[in-house]
Design a protein around this ligand. Structure first.
Ligand code: AHR
Length: 497
């Protein structure tokens, strides 16, 4: 079967929120400490304690939003321990992640500064599991209230005169699991209560995000939507791509065979089914699609790198992860009417990171390059696209070989992102452009691929996997004929005159 893509360049299907290209940083392993925060006295170049190399790399991919402080950590985090003079901040045990001592040196002020430096929106997860309503309410007051109050005055004492703007606020994290092992009805009641005291001060308007389901827990989605939809702006979904088994072995990040490659992509593609089914439930209570499905944890989860702390979730990142990112973004783009935000887990040194650090060294992963290539879709208009894909067969199972999405940006440039999932076969793709009478157009392309499915960047060889200019296309009467390399992510830019 031939691979055929038909794009109606004059039919748009909604705006792709830039927040789909968001990130997540938790107090977990070496994500916050070492990965972001090195302290003002570090020999690693930093601004007010925050790594400069990391900030520069994040600015380049136009990170739109960053979620913090967890994760599971969020439901054990007491924000008051993380403000004021650093040397006096309380130490705590990070019980979820390795039992290490958390010195609270990176707290609210440092996080808001990081977001200002990157130029992204902060997204804070509040503590429902072990925190009080008052504590959550006061956090919002501390951050956003401009008048005279004990919290606002305390913020000023701690060096910040003006309030920050804060839009995205999560009421709990995984409250079906590490956030309290609650039943959905119980959480829905708590959600209603906690969110009541999360106030809008001045002209600051919060976008309140309820804790949504794990993977395919449709009962959770049904219950929380039924009981609380009128008080939320978004509801989360968590789904991780785990090639093996959660308990007996998730699989190695770098040492895997064709079967594991195939299974990983099959599991990544499951995101389509999950979003579709959760959307169907949300549609019952919110047919206008006011409420966003916020996929605020997604990505690959493998066994940790040999010799590293099992509680730190440090894993390498290969061209396989790039493919997972590429197909997942194509799915999110297609569901942009409901998926208003997504946050990859996690930013640096944890799970499917976009960067890895080792002391003063920092490398970009293949996943980083996909974020870079796909940033053209941020706030662009999704184009009506039809795909007929050849099959990618392995061990008697079939997947579509091709994944695609296309958008048009504000100056009329069209971007088509294509993934070839096959580990061994190239793919010829006929792209037919409809809805435009322009006979001539310019094409530019960039491709991320590798010769080996285990290819990855290391501190010794940081550019082993990086994007290159893509030229294997021809312009035809109908559109474009593109030849995609095996294991590749390609983005084409079309300038229709
Ligand atoms: O991202 C790692 C962990 O995965 C998060 O802390 C938690 O929310 C999820 O289970």
């Amino acid at each position: 079967m031939e691979n055929q893509v038909v794009i109606n360049t004059d039919i748009t299907k909604g705006k792709i929120s830039r927040y789909i290209y968001g990130h997540f940083a938790e107090h977990l392993g070496r994500c916050i400490y070492e990965g972001i925060w090195v302290g003002e006295d570090s020999h690693i170049p930093n601004t007010y304690g925050i790594r400069q190399d990391v900030v520069e790399a994040l600015k380049k991919i136009k990170v739109p939003v960053l979620r913090w402080p967890g994760g599971c950590f969020a439901d054990e985090y007491h924000w008051k321990d993380g403000v004021g003079p650093r040397e006096r901040r309380k130490k705590m045990i990070n019980t979820h992640w390795g039992g290490v001592v958390e010195n609270n040196h990176f707290g609210t002020h440092e996080f808001m500064l990081l977001c200002e430096m990157i130029g992204c929106e902060p997204y804070i997860s509040g503590n429902v599991g072990s925190g009080t309503v008052q504590e959550m309410s006061e956090w919002i007051e501390y951050i956003t209230f401009d008048g005279t109050s004990s919290m606002a005055d305390w913020r000023r004492e701690n060096g910040r005169e003006k309030p920050w703007r804060l839009k995205y606020f999560g009421i709990g994290n995984e409250n079906w699991g590490c956030g309290g092992h609650m039943h959905p009805q119980y959480y829905a009641d708590l959600y209603r209560r906690y969110q009541t005291y999360v106030r809008n001060y001045g002209d600051n308007r919060l976008y309140k995000i309820a804790c949504g389901p794990n993977t395919d827990d449709y009962e959770w989605m049904e219950t929380v939507m039924r009981e609380a939809h009128q008080w939320m702006d978004g509801i989360s979904l968590h789904y991780y791509t785990v090639p093996g088994d959660w308990w007996t072995g998730k699989g190695s990040a770098t040492d895997f065979d064709e079967k594991e490659w195939f299974v990983t992509l099959k599991k990544a593609l499951r995101m389509e089914e999950l979003i579709t089914k959760h959307t169907n439930i949300m549609d019952k209570y919110d047919p206008e699609k006011r409420i966003g499905l916020i996929v605020d944890e997604w990505g690959t989860w493998y066994d940790v790198e040999p010799g590293t702390n099992p509680g730190f979730l440090y894993q390498q990142n290969t061209i396989r992860d790039a493919l997972v990112a590429g197909v997942t973004f194509n799915i999110f783009n297609h569901h942009c009417d409901r998926v208003h935000m997504a946050n990859l887990a996690q930013l640096v040194n944890v799970l499917q990171s976009v960067m890895l650090t080792d002391g003063e060294k920092m490398i970009l992963t293949p996943t980083y390059h996909v974020f870079d290539m796909y940033q053209v879709h941020q706030d662009a208009w999704l184009l009506d696209t039809y795909l007929t894909s050849a099959n990618y067969e392995h061990g008697g199972e079939l997947l579509p070989q091709i994944s695609v999405s296309a958008s048009k940006d504000e100056i009329g440039l069209i971007h088509i992102s294509l993934c070839n999932l096959s580990h061994e076969s190239s793919a010829k793709v006929h792209i037919q452009l409809r809805g435009s009478d322009s006979a001539h157009f310019e094409v530019k392309g960039v491709e991320l691929t590798a010769q080996d499915m285990r290819a990855h960047n290391t501190f010794e060889e940081p550019d082993a996997v990086e994007p290159t200019e893509y030229r294997r296309y021809t312009v035809t009467d109908q559109g474009i004929e593109a030849m995609l390399s095996p294991m590749s992510v390609t983005v084409l830019e079309l300038n229709l005159k």
